[in-house]
Design a protein around this ligand. Structure first.
Ligand code: 13P
Length: 335
């Protein structure tokens, strides 16, 4: 295991007020995104969409790395240039989603376990050769009246640590992503309690399996009420309770925490990150690894039309630049 390389990758991912673009939607998830704009979900359309983001002028000022799906890391641009080369030329580190998705967890109705450990060492070796330097694995924890169970929390924490150790052995810096969903009607206090239980279980497993904390990135949810909760917390409360939870649970040895957006609006995701970086002295870099909160405007502006590419690139860069300011705590648009 090359400790120095792993640490350098983790530090570079979160340095200079930059963050990650999560463009690792599976083919099925891309189908939903394409449906929403009336575009057919073909390999070429997926390529064209991602290519224009990777080629957006100035992307390297705000984006340190892109999380790719298996199809994309192997794809070539319309002019034949490998997409990975376009990223590398812009100073962006390619990363790869290596999990095989959340599947029903035996013995826990309605809950899931993320699969993909079988054959993972060989896939990590191949992705490294294809240019990837970091990886992602997402565990999904839902809050309902019955969930999460301790069974779901502990099996997912165990799998996350197994994945992280395999990646480190193969030279990929693991993004450890335990996502507590914001889909339910739970309040923010419940989200905080569940998130703390999940993070404690995850860091317990990372310790037990000797994952090197200096060579990983944590990708958590923010502490936030469920979308169907009648009482929504304000921006400052979300920022305060999220920082409180992270300080309680995440060792200072972890170089970076890079949030998922999880269904927040583009603006909310930026404002929350900004308030955390503006208001606190934090031991880790605190940044973004957004999917929807970086892409929503760009996707609808594009709508599958070549003549809209420049405007869609501008919409993407606007969000990337706003989130980069939020990493510095200088976005300053809190309501
Ligand atoms: P969202 O920011 O849309 O939640 O996506 C981030 C991600 O990579 C989820 O796994």
């Amino acid at each position: 295991m090359n400790h120095q390389e792993l640490n350098q990758t983790a530090v570079a991912m979160v340095a200079d007020n930059k963050g990650l673009l999560a463009a690792d939607e599976s083919t099925g998830t891309m189908g939903k995104r394409m449906d929403a704009i009336g575009v057919e979900n073909t390999e070429d359309n997926r390529r064209d969409y991602r290519e224009f983001m990777f080629r957006a002028p100035g992307i390297g000022e705000y984006i340190s790395g892109v999380i790719l799906f298996d199809e994309t890391i192997r794809q070539k641009a319309a002019d034949g240039t490998p997409l990975v080369k376009i990223m590398q030329d812009a100073g962006i580190i390619p990363g790869i989603k290596v999990d095989a998705g959340a599947k029903p967890l035996p013995g826990a109705p309605g809950e899931t376990i993320t699969e993909g450990l079988d054959g993972l060492p060989a896939r990590v070796d191949e992705y490294y050769k294809l240019g990837a330097r970091f990886a992602k694995w997402r565990a999904v924890i839902d809050i309902t009246d019955e969930a999460p169970t301790s069974h779901a929390i502990h099996t997912n924490a165990h799998a996350l640590a197994r994945y992280a150790k395999i990646c480190q052995e193969g030279g990929l810096c693991p993004i450890v992503e335990p996502e507590v969903l914001m889909d339910g009607n739970h309040d923010i206090e419940t989200c905080q309690e569940v998130t703390e239980g999940v993070l404690n279980a995850v860091f317990g497993e990372l310790y037990a399996q000797e994952v090197m904390l200096e060579g990983m990135i944590l990708k958590p949810n923010m502490v936030i009420a469920g979308k169907k909760c009648p009482t929504q917390a304000g921006h400052q409360q979300v920022a305060d309770m999220t920082v409180q939870t992270l300080k309680r649970c995440v060792p200072a040895a972890v170089p970076g925490i890079m949030f998922l957006s999880g269904g927040q609006s583009e603006e909310d995701a930026t404002v929350h990150l900004d308030l955390m970086n503006a208001g606190y002295d934090l031991p880790w870099g605190l940044s973004f690894s957004y999917g929807r909160a970086l892409q929503a405007s760009a996707l609808s502006t594009w709508s599958g039309k070549a003549e809209n590419v420049a405007a869609a690139q501008a919409a993407f860069i606007e969000r990337a630049a706003a989130n980069s300011k939020a990493c510095a705590g200088t976005y300053g648009k809190a309501a």
